[in-house]
Design a protein around this ligand. Sequence first.
Ligand code: UDP
Length: 333
Amino acid sequence: MGVKEHILVVGGAGYIGSHMCKHLHAAGYTPVVLDNLERGHRQAVQWGPFVHGNMDDIEVLHDVFTRYPIAAVMHFAAFAYVGESVQDPGRYYRNNVAAPIVLLQQMANHGLNRFIFSSTCAIYGEPAAVPMDEAHPIVPINPYGRGKFMVEQILDDFRAGHGIESMCLRYFNAAGADPDRLIGEDHRPETHLIPLALEVALGKREALTIYGDDYPTADGTCIRDYIHIEDLARAHLLALEKMKADAVLSHKYNLGNGSGYSVKEVLDTARSITGQAIPARIGPRRPGDPARLVGSGALARRELGWKPQYPDLRSIIETAWNWHKNNPNGFGE
Ligand code: UDP
C-alpha cells in the first residue's frame, strides 16, 4: 500500500469527530485532527497527528494543508447547544458560520475540493410530518439551526464558485459510544438525555428532570430518533468514498433510523441496562422542543448504501453505559 490518504478532521477531539477518526484509521486513512480543545479532549485524539489551533487561523491552515496530503476535510467543530445559541447568537454565528467560511476559502486557495459537513435536523424547525425526509420545509427556529443551514447554502456557492464538492449530513440525535470503549461522550456541561441518565445511574447526579409529560405522544414525553455514533461515522465514510469516486448523487442526507423513542422509554431502557433506579421528576417543557423528531434515512440508504448497525435503543444505550461505567469522570480533565 502506498502513502495513506490524510483526512483533516476539524473538531476531531470532540464526541462525533473522535469516533470519526477511529473509523477513518480502521478504513486505512490517516486522520489529522485540528481542534482548539475549547470543547474537545486531547485524550480523545488517538489515531493520527494532532494540531492545536482554530479552524479560522490562516497560518495554521496553511501549515496543515502544505504539511499533509489532505484528500478531504470533515468538519465537526461547531457549538451545538440550542439554548446557548439563543442566548449568545453572535458566538454561534462566529464559530458556526464565519469560521467555516475562512476554512473553505483556505481550502479553495490550496486547491482542496472535498468537504463533509455535520449538519442537523435542527435546520427543519417544527416538523410538518414525520418521518422527516430531505424534502421537508427548512424553517429553522433558533440561531443554531439557522447557522447550520447558512453553511449548507454557502457550501452550494463554494461548489459553484470553487468546485469544492461537499456533502451535508443532517443528524438526528447522536448517541452511544465506541464499542471498544476507548472513547465516548463527555460534554461539559452535559445536557443530553442519555449521558445524563447514565450519570444518575452512576450516582453522579441525584435525579433526572423530564422536560414535560404533556406532549401529544403516547406517554406524554418527547420522541426522538437516536442514532448510534458508529452509524454516523460509517455514513461519513460512505460519503467520502462517493466523493472520491466522483459519484455524488445528492448533497444533503438525513441520518435517522426512522423510528423514535420517548424520554420515558429511554429512561426505562437505561434502568434495565444499568440495574439502577434512575429517579426522574417531571419538570416544565424545555423551550424549543418539538414533540416528535424522527428522520427518514431512506435516501442515504438508497444512494450511499448506508445501513445502520445499531438501530435499536438498547444497543445504543449499552455502548454508552460501557463507556460511562469505565470512565465515570469522562476523559478526566
Ligand atoms: N430531555 C429531558 N431531560 C433532560 C435532557 C433532555 O427530558 O435532562 C429530553 C429533551 O426534552 C428531548 C430529549 O430528552 O425531548 C432529548 O434531548 P437531548 O438534549 O438529549 O437532545 P436534543 O433533542 O435536544 O438534540
